[in-house]
Design a protein around this ligand. Structure first.
Ligand code: UDP
Length: 315
């Protein structure tokens, strides 16, 4: 089959490329390389069933040159980390609005299936815990995070309208915090802490560190996305690991696993930083027979090992 993967040079997108190439599908990976990296896909470039197109999905997309049929669109392009979305707010909004629109138009034209990478951020700073898919969320429409949160909410709405109005077979995956090898050190907590710990630098905990997150290892996430993509389910579904941890405990765990001399220092909490986050995965368990298998400690050890081998900042 022919697949288009937007954001295919990004952290999650590149693992999707690997998965579908290994199954013998033909992939058109589209990425503007703003946060995606060629090194994530360089091992695929020589494959005859892999095409790379450096392009921004905000612009019109024409795939005639590559395919005359397109079976599935995986829409995984978007900036996601706080430093990036605050540096490029309008670009983030347009990727998730115009970019999603451009890809949905392709889905109509080629009668492709369509899967949208949505996010736990659509729940904002939640007052329902853990977050179940039927919860509408608590998002500040004009806060610094809203450029991502609200545009992903709009992307979900637009995607659902294409399901209702054009009968496109759509899927919406709400991705909770994910980590793994290849993740960029772009301000997100797991990579920040691992880099700081490996280099015996201060570990920067924001706020009092009592806010929680629930971290899912990349292999588990890809397995969940794969099962959703192959299902008949068209409503949003949470994919994440419900093993919840405070950020302070995460810092201590990483210090311990890296045998680091680092000390924790406390910095101010970013505006509208959600105080807790944990997925309710009942729906994924029931509908996809999916649940995560990799516990936090094993996953962190994989990333620590990878970063020790690849971390350019290490002395
Ligand atoms: N965080 C932190 N120190 C850092 C980076 C992040 O304490 O160096 C905190 C951040 O304030 C948030 C949590 O870790 O409470 C997760 O942040 P991240 O940016 O990784 O993901 P998100 O907030 O989007 O879930």
């Amino acid at each position: 089959m022919n697949f288009l993967i937007s954001g295919g040079a990004g952290f999650i997108g590149s693992y999707l490329c690997d998965k579908f190439i290994s199954e013998g599908h033909t992939i058109l990976c589209i990425d503007n390389l703003l946060s995606g990296k060629m090194k994530n896909i360089k091992h695929l470039l020589k494959k005859s069933n892999f095409y790379f197109l450096e392009k921004d999905i905000i612009e019109q997309i024409d795939i005639n040159y590559f395919f005359d049929k397109l079976d599935y669109i995986f829409h995984f392009a978007s900036l996601a980390s706080l430093p990036y979305i605050t540096k490029y707010p309008i670009h983030t909004e347009l990727t998730n609005s115009i970019g999603t629109y451009n890809l949905l138009k392709l889905a109509v034209r080629y009668k492709s299936k369509f899967i949208l990478a949505s996010t736990s951020e659509i729940y904002g700073d939640p007052d329902i815990h853990p977050q179940v898919e039927t919860y509408f969320g608590n998002v500040n429409t004009i806060g610094p995070r809203s450029v991502y949160d609200e545009s992903k909410r709009f992307a979900e709405t637009l995607t659902m309208s294409y399901f209702n109005n054009y009968g496109i077979d759509i899927k919406i995956v709400r991705i909770f915090n994910t980590y793994g090898p290849r993740m960029a050190c772009d301000g997100r907590v797991v990579l920040n802490f691992i880099h700081q710990a490996i280099n015996d630098e201060n570990i920067t905990v924001y706020g009092d560190g009592q806010q929680t997150r629930s971290f899912c290892y990349i292999d588990d996430l890809i397995d969940g996305i794969y099962k959703l993509a192959n299902s008949d389910y068209n409503n949003p579904i949470n994919i994440g690991n419900p093993q919840e941890i405070t950020i302070e405990k995460l810092a201590n765990k990483i210090i311990e696993l890296t045998n680091s001399k680092s000390k924790i220092i406390y910095k101010s909490l970013p505006v509208n930083d959600p105080l807790k986050r944990c997925p309710d995965i009942y729906r994924a368990k029931e509908i996809l027979q999916w649940e995560p298998k990799i516990d936090l400690e094993s996953g962190l050890n994989e990333v620590i090992q990878y970063e020790k081998e690849n971390n350019i900042y290490m002395s």
